[in-house]
Write a protein that binds this ligand. Structure first.
Ligand code: GAP
Length: 457
């Protein structure tokens, strides 16, 4: 099935409380979005799924949570101060600011003019000042991190020593990153504040290419396991001229975010990048970089981030394989992929969000068939309360049963649990499956186990 376009998702997201335009009561703030009651659950579930896959289900990866604001020198030596920029051009006709690398045939996409300024680099890092310092005081200048990765590299020795790890091993981190994007847009696809899920995997030089390929395969597999259709995913080998300053090879996992575009190639864009960063980062942050040409000399660092291999008595800088994904883009991809329309017996078209149960914001909705019958309401509420310590459940009696089912289908709730008159006699409830609309009677005492089993399938 081809995914719907982003506009369909924007409308569903706002209507049902997944994502709202930010600062809306003050006219909004370009390309900033707030996650509502369902959106925050979906984001948390994506992050939890990633953390479980990266950290809990493996033996070789540790977690970390470093600061967003780091010493400015981190960004000097990482290369971001000098090179983390987009080529900016201005349209002299309509004054629009554009990215030179995204222009169609050298024409302004806004007015069609070809009267553009020469490209100039525009650094994407947000600047601020620490302490009670003035804007002009350069010594207090700091940046909001544009990637979480550097927090991992500067803690390499700390993690190595405290976890007593040996190569190969990885460090995972997720959290907010900030980029002053020249052309943000397409809903939550490209924003200036976003969340990343990154893992830096340290290996012996020489083993990097093989391990890189293994991660490329595993990462595609993870998205499939989240329920994204294989036909909407593909791998993209970045050509040499697109590579970041630190990368030897990068392969992106792309998603078909823009199915409505005529040019098939432009339908795809990055969901996750899997880079071979070589030993660039550990070497550049080390106080004694062993660079024959004297490049990347670092007189500011107090540590050497090389690794000593006890077995071979060798000292070297490990190579780094980095799978880096965006939380927000993953949320967008799973929403687009889960979006389904189904027509019922009466010819009414319903939206069903076929989210993977692990990602669904609400796992079960408990619904009383008759809200004017106190015993039914009381039983339904007690069932909801008994489920809530183990799974996210809600109680809803604000409509007829058909409407309540439709509402839960539209937000991706895998199961509706209906309490009816008969439930008072036989202590059984009806469990309705979101995807098949099939119903099954289940004993109240067995409900929790039944739901957990089906949710974890
Ligand atoms: N440490 C490597 C790194 O940051 P990247 O390809 O620039 O690599 C990784 O970013 C992921 O972060 C991207 O695949 C994307 O999912 C997400 N991302 C990057 N910039 C973003 C933005 N402006 N808005 C939303 N997500 C973004």
């Amino acid at each position: 099935m081809t995914a719907p376009n982003i506009e369909t998702i924007v409308s569903l997201a706002k209507r049902r409380g997944f994502v709202y335009p930010s600062s809306e009561i003050y006219g909004g703030l370009g390309s900033a979005w707030d996650y509502g009651p369902l959106g925050v659950e979906l984001c948390n579930n994506v992050k939890q799924a990633w953390w479980r896959w990266m950290v809990y289900e493996r033996d070789d990866i540790e977690g970390l949570d470093s600061s967003i604001i780091l010493n400015r020198l981190v960004w000097k030596y990482s290369g971001h101060e000098d090179t983390f920029s987009d080529p900016l051009v201005d349209c002299r006709e309509c004054k629009t600011r554009l990215r030179a690398d995204k222009l169609n045939d050298g024409k302004c996409p806004n007015c069609g003019s070809t009267d553009l300024t020469e490209p100039r680099p525009f650094n994407l890092m947000f600047r601020t000042h620490v302490g009670a310092a003035s804007e002009e005081d350069d010594s207090s200048l700091v940046y909001l991190r544009p990637e979480t990765a550097q927090g991992i590299f500067i803690n390499f020795n700390n993690v190595l020593t405290t976890s007593r790890r040996k190569l190969p091993f990885g460090v995972a981190q997720l959290g907010k990153s900030f980029r002053n994007e020249v052309t943000p847009g397409n809903f939550i696809f490209r924003t200036r504040e976003f969340e990343q899920m990154e893992m830096e995997y340290f290996v012996r030089p020489g083993e990097d290419e093989k391990v890189h390929q293994e991660w490329i395969d595993q990462c595609s597999q993870w998205f499939l396991e989240l329920g994204i259709a294989g036909e909407n995913l593909r791998l993209y080998e970045q050509p040499k001229e697109e590579l970041a300053h630190y990368a030897k090879r990068t392969v992106d996992v792309q998603y078909r975010f823009f199915p409505e575009r005529e040019d098939a190639e432009k339908q795809w864009d990055e969901l996750m990048g899997i880079a071979n960063r070589t030993d660039f980062d550990l070497r550049t942050h080390s106080k004694k970089p062993e660079d024959a040409e004297g490049k990347r000399l670092n007189p500011d660092s107090t540590e050497d981030l090389s690794y000593f291999d006890e077995a071979t008595k060798e000292r070297f800088y490990p190579y780094v394989i980095e799978p880096a994904a965006g939380v927000n883009r993953t949320v967008l991809a799973v929403l687009m992929d889960a979006y389904t329309e189904k027509t019922n017996d009466k010819g009414e078209t319903r939206v069903i969000l076929k989210l993977h149960p692990a990602l669904a914001p609400i796992k079960a909705a408990v619904l009383p068939l008759a809200k004017n019958k106190p015993e039914i309401v009381a039983l339904a509420k007690s069932i909801k309360r008994s489920l809530q310590p183990v799974l996210r459940a809600v109680y809803d009696d604000t409509g007829g049963i058909g409407k309540l089912y439709a509402r839960q289908d539209e937000i991706g709730t895998p199961f509706c649990v209906t309490v009816d008159h008969q439930s008072l006699e036989d202590n059984e409830v009806t469990v309705r499956d979101r995807d098949t609309w099939e119903q099954e009677r289940v004993k109240v005492v067995e409900l929790e186990g039944y739901l957990l089993k089906r949710l974890n399938k």
